[in-house]
Design a protein around this ligand. Structure first.
Ligand code: PLP
Length: 353
């Protein structure tokens, strides 16, 4: 159960850097003071900068896993008069559909398989909808959508554009202004390479104007926005993860910014994909993010057998799929503190088995 000496290629949690691990080993400090407020305010402004958020955008920090970020957006931004187009290309798209059902949100589910929505205007009729919801990277299958095309479509049709960027932030491009995005949902344990427990909801002015009165204390955005003005949260946050986030964001900026981070992920993904060219695997989708590669065995091996052999015999954790895809695919993440030497280790083993 303790995987300390394992190689980690799962798409969350991901391999964390030594610096982040060291912060995690320290005592948790008290937080109702100016020092912690400064940390939270600096996280907010760095996140907004990395997302190229428009002026007057805000970040809500919720101590919860990423799904709470998705759920809180569904709870706070919809009235009975709103209607959403929900892109469903796998497990995480399905989660948005299920959330809409739970909260009786009017929605139009669009099941997507072999498209990255580059030709969205031919594929989707906005009809009577005023909101668009998509998981930029559908992590269940490793499928990246075209945020450029989606952004233009949303602008043209006056749709509030809500993007779950949890598994592509800092590995793949997302720009709130260029892509006309109104709300972005992030989470600590994917590309950011932190422990799970913190989800962040970014809202521009237009999204803030959509906030409703809701029947929830913990997830009431108004309280978070209000307390956030002075760098605080209404309830005790995951203080240590926020300290780790601060360090991580500063590091990204110091290393040259989001472009450098995306470029590094791209190089790692390409290095891995080049390495498997002569092995009996095929790439599952042509629309791969830098964050992850999804592979199908091209011989008669079962994907889940491969996952088990890697874990049990070689102490390498890749990510299995469930259900129908159990024997068909497995996933290899390139997120977190990944080096080429980590990828070499995996490639050498894949050659052997
Ligand atoms: C990981 C992930 C989530 C959140 O999952 P949690 O387990 O609740 O943290 C949401 N959307 C996508 C696309 C993800 O990859």
């Amino acid at each position: 159960m303790i995987y300390e000496d394992y190689e980690i290629f799962t798409p969350g949690p991901v391999k964390m850097s030594k610096e982040i691990l060291e912060i995690g080993a320290k005592q948790t400090p008290y937080f109702r003071n100016q020092e912690f407020s400064n940390v939270l305010l600096s996280c907010e402004s760095d996140l907004l900068e990395l997302l190229n958020a428009p002026k007057d955008s805000r970040v809500i920090f919720l101590t919860a896993s990423g799904t709470a970020g998705l759920e809180s957006v569904i709870m706070n931004l919809f009235s009975k008069d709103d209607k959403a187009i929900v892109i469903n290309g796998g497990g995480f798209g399905q989660r948005f559909v299920d959330l809409c059902k739970s909260y009786n949100i009017n929605h139009n589910e669009i099941v997507v398989n072999n498209s990255n929505l580059s030709n969205i205007e031919d594929e989707i009729n906005p009809e009577d909808c005023n909101t668009f919801i998509v998981n930029a990277h559908e992590t269940s299958v490793g499928h990246l959508y075209d945020l450029d095309a989606i952004g233009k479509f949303c602008k043209e049709n006056k749709l509030l554009n809500i993007v779950d960027a949890i598994s592509m932030f800092i590995t793949d491009e997302i720009d709130m202004q260029k892509h006309n995005i109104d709300s972005v949902i992030l989470s600590s344990q994917k590309g950011l390479g932190l422990p799970p427990g913190l989800t962040m909801v970014v809202l521009n002015e237009k999204a803030i104007a959509r906030i409703q009165d809701i029947n929830s204390h913990y997830f009431d955005f108004k309280n978070y926005l209000n307390d956030g003005l002075r760098g605080q949260t209404p309830y005790t946050p995951c203080i240590t993860i926020i300290l780790q986030l601060e360090a991580r964001l500063k590091q990204i900026k110091k290393d040259g910014g989001i472009e450098v981070s995306i470029q590094q992920a791209k190089e790692l993904a390409e290095y891995f994909r080049k390495g498997i060219k002569n092995l009996p695997f095929e790439e599952f989708t042509p629309f791969m993010p830098n964050a992850m590669t999804t592979l199908t065995p091209s011989d008669d091996k079962s994907a889940s057998d491969i996952v088990n052999i890697l874990e049990n015999k070689y102490k390498i954790m890749v990510c299995p799929n469930g259900g129908e895809l159990k024997d068909k695919i497995f996933r290899v993440s390139h997120m977190g503190d990944m080096q080429k030497s980590d990828i070499d280790n995996l490639l050498n083993v894949l050659k052997d088995i």
